[in-house]
Design a protein around this ligand. Structure first.
Ligand SMILES: NC(=O)c1ccc[n+]([C@@H]2O[C@H](COP(=O)([O-])OP(=O)(O)OC[C@H]3O[C@@H](n4cnc5c(N)ncnc54)[C@H](OP(=O)(O)O)[C@@H]3O)[C@@H](O)[C@H]2O)c1
Length: 273
C-alpha cells in the first residue's frame, strides 16, 4: 500500500464546504481524502473529484464501515453502498471505524464477534479488488493483538487519535512491531491545540503556523496525518510542499512531547471488550 503521508480529513464537512475543501486539497497536491460512511459526505466528495477531473488512480480514498454497520450482512451492504456513493469500483483503504457495535454495552462479547465478522467482510472486499488495502481505526493494542491472531490479512493501518497531549507510545510500538502503519487523527487537537502556549512558541521560533508545527510533530513520529479544514487558507498550509520540506529541531520535538497528559479530544474505545 502506498499510503500518502498527508491527507484531508473531512469529519463534519458536507455539501459545498467539503467540495471546496477537496478541490483545494487536490490543487495543493494533497492526494489522500479521508472519509467514512458515518460522515455522510461520500457523495459530495465523489462529485468534487469528478468536477476536478482527477484520474481515479491519482487519488487515495479511505472510507470506514461504521459501528452501525458491523457484522457480515450489514458490513457487506455498507461496503457496496460506500463504493456506490463514492462512484468508484474500489477504495484505496477500507477501515473498521470502531471496535464496538453502536448502542451496545462496551463489556458485551457481541462487540468482538461483530468486529471479527466485519474484518472478514473487508478481507473478502480486498480479494474482490474492491479495496486495495484494509485496516482498522480506534483499535487498542489488545484489539489489534486479537485481530492479528485470527486474521488472514494483516491490517495495513490503524487510524487513531494522536497529538502531543495523547501520544499513544505503547500502541504505536505495538503497531510498529506488527508492521501496521499509523494514521494520526485529531493532530490539531480538533483545533484546540492551536492555542496551546508551547505550540505557539515553537511556531514563532520556526516561522511556521501552529497547525504546521503540530503536523510536523506527528510526521516526525512516523505517522501519516489527515488534518481537517474546510477553509482554503488553512488547507494550503497542509500541502506536501509546505509540510515535507523542513523539520522540527529535536529540542522543539521534545518541548511538544513534554505536553503529554493523556488528554483525549475524541471518543475512547479502549474499554470495549
Ligand atoms: N477514525 C476516527 O474515528 C476519526 C475520529 C476523528 C477524526 N477522524 C479523521 O481525522 C480528521 C482530522 O481530525 P479532526 O477533524 O477531529 O480534528 P483536527 O484535524 O485536529 O482539527 C480540525 C478542526 O480544526 C480546525 N482547523 C483546522 N485547521 C485550522 C487552522 N489552521 N486554524 C484554525 N483552525 C483550524 C477545523 O475547523 P475548520 O474546518 O472550520 O477550519 C476543525 O474544527 C477528521 O476530519 C476525520 O477525517 C477520524
Amino acid at each position: 500500500m502506498d499510503l500518502p503521508l498527508i491527507g484531508l480529513g473531512t469529519f463534519k464537512a458536507r455539501g459545498e464546504s467539503v467540495k471546496l475543501a477537496v478541490r483545494t486539497a487536490l490543487q495543493q497536491g494533497i492526494r489522500h481524502i479521508d472519509t467514512a460512511s458515518i460522515y455522510k459526505n461520500e457523495e459530495d466528495i465523489a462529485a468534487a473529484l469528478k468536477e476536478q477531473g482527477v484520474s481515479r488512480q491519482d487519488v487515495f480514498i479511505t472510507s470506514k464501515v461504521s459501528p452501525y454497520e458491523q457484522g457480515t450482512g450489514q458490513a457487506t451492504r455498507a461496503c457496496q453502498q460506500i463504493l456506490q456513493r463514492l462512484q468508484t469500483d474500489y477504495v484505496d483503504l477500507m477501515l473498521v471505524h470502531w471496535p464496538g457495535v453502536a448502542r451496545t454495552d462496551a463489556a458485551s462479547p457481541h462487540n468482538a464477534e461483530m468486529r471479527w465478522q466485519t474484518w472478514q467482510v473487508l478481507e473478502q472486499l480486498q480479494q474482490q479488488g474492491k479495496a486495495r488495502a484494509i485496516g482498522v481505526s480506534n483499535y487498542s493494542a489488545s484489539h489489534l493483538q486479537e485481530l492479528l491472531t485470527r486474521a488472514a490479512v494483516k491490517p495495513a493501518v490503524n487510524q487513531f487519535e494522536l497529538h502531543p497531549r495523547r501520544q499513544e507510545v505503547a500502541l504505536r510500538q505495538a503497531c510498529a512491531a506488527a508492521g501496521v502503519a499509523v494514521v494520526a487523527y485529531a493532530s490539531l487537537g480538533c483545533g484546540d491545540l492551536l492555542q496551546q502556549p508551547v505550540v505557539r512558541q515553537v511556531a514563532a521560533r520556526t516561522g511556521k503556523t501552529e497547525a504546521q508545527v503540530l503536523l510536523r510533530w506527528a510526521l516526525q513520529q512516523g505517522c501519516a496525518v489527515i488534518p481537517k479544514s474546510v477553509h482554503p487558507q488553512y488547507i494550503q498550509q497542509y500541502s506536501p510542499q509546505q509540510l515535507l520540506s523542513w523539520q522540527l529541531a529535536d529540542a522543539d520535538v521534545a518541548a511538544l512531547s513534554a505536553l503529554e497528559d493523556g488528554h483525549k479530544y475524541c471518543w475512547d474505545a479502549s474499554n470495549i471488550l
